[in-house]
Design a protein around this ligand. Structure first.
Ligand SMILES: N[C@@H](CCC(=O)N[C@@H](CS)C(=O)NCC(=O)O)C(=O)O
Length: 238
């Protein structure tokens, strides 16, 4: 098992659920490189918890620039987190691609072709209409609030752009319990990553009643773990 110096590693050993067609190779387990508080890092972390998949977690402190060190760039040349070294022996960047890999042949992946296409539609929507705006607005509002005053105009622009996507999402969820009509899936996890912390981006859940109801429903799904727990556990998962 590789360990980057200065980075913190924890192993989660929940009991793996049977996954059709997927065999562990030797002792390899998925290894997730992640930073605290990140909605993107939260997505694969939550999916692996909900699927009961064992994984190693390596914390990368992006505020200290650990994602740009030679050791980390050797693992992920893009220099961002999350990054997943898979139990199948290859690496994946992009949180939503990780979800796709992790959920294969599991209850989180829709079995129907059209539902899989719709899942992808919403996962791309999340990366183009939500995450690029909620994430930086949240970063400069909540994660690094000392820069909030300098970034006031940017924050307002990000919030305005996020609102367009959020109103579209709210309309969609006003007719459905979860993102897909077949039930809870990786589309929910992808959207949930940043949407559930929209308040931390200076937006209000009260403006989005269907989203607000859906956030509560997602937190009730089997095996749900909150973002605040990412990185808090240093040994075996409960
Ligand atoms: N679209 C990517 C976004 C990856 C990303 O930008 N990650 C942030 C943390 S959420 C990061 O590593 N930032 C540090 C940097 O860009 O140097 C994903 O979904 O995984």
């Amino acid at each position: 098992m590789t360990m980057l110096s200065g980075l913190h590693l924890a192993r989660f050993n929940s009991l793996p659920l049977p996954r059709k067609g997927t065999k562990r190779k030797g002792t390899l387990v998925n290894k997730l490189y992640a930073c605290l508080a990140s909605g993107n890092c939260f997505k694969p972390w939550l999916a692996m918890h909900q699927l009961g998949q064992a994984f190693d977690l390596i914390l990368v402190d992006v505020l200290k620039g650990e994602q740009k060190t030679p050791d980390y760039l050797n693992i992920n040349p893009l220099g961002v987190v999350p990054y997943l070294e898979t139990d199948a022996g290859f690496g994946i960047g992009e949180s939503n691609a990780m979800l796709w890999f992790l959920a294969e042949d599991s209850p989180l992946m829709p079995s129907d072709r059209s539902e899989r296409a719709e899942a992808l539609q919403w996962m791309f929507f999340e990366q183009s209409k939500l995450e690029p705006f909620i994430s930086p607005a949240r970063f400069f509002t909540t994660i690094l609030p000392e820069q909030r005053n300098d970034r006031e105009a940017d924050i307002a622009a990000w919030q305005a752009s996020a609102e367009v996507g959020l109103f579209r999402l709210d309309a969609h969820l006003s007719g459905r319990k979860f993102m897909l009509k077949t039930g809870y899936s990786i589309a929910d996890i992808a959207i949930f990553g940043y949407v559930h912390v929209l308040n931390e981006a200076g937006l209000s859940r009260n403006d989005y009643p269907a989203i607000s109801r859906w956030i509560d429903d997602v937190t009730e799904t089997d095996g749900f773990r909150p973002l605040a727990e990412l990185g808090r556990t240093t040994g075996k998962a409960a």
